[in-house]
Design a protein around this ligand. Structure first.
Ligand code: SF4
Ligand code: SF4
Length: 57
């Protein structure tokens, strides 16, 4: 299982990308996106996101 960012909620602040220990998060066109093949489901992105956009998918 990997985490997924709700692109309608994400405000592209970039906080999650700085926290991810495996560099799985990058900026996409509409929102930040998680590479599901790299994500180790640590939950750090969800913990730091100000709007609660990342969730376990
Ligand atoms: Fe990165 Fe952890 Fe979020 Fe997965 S759950 S994208 S490994 S911070
Ligand atoms: Fe989007 Fe939340 Fe990541 Fe900020 S921390 S870029 S709002 S998912």
């Amino acid at each position: 299982m990997a985490y997924k960012i709700d692109d309608s909620t994400c405000i592209s602040c970039g906080a999650c990308a700085s926290e991810c220990p495996v560099g799985a998060i990058s900026q996409g066109d509409a929102a930040y996106v998680i590479d599901e093949n790299s994500c180790i489901s640590c939950g750090a992105c969800a913990g730091v996101c100000p709007v609660g956009a990342p969730a376990e998918a």
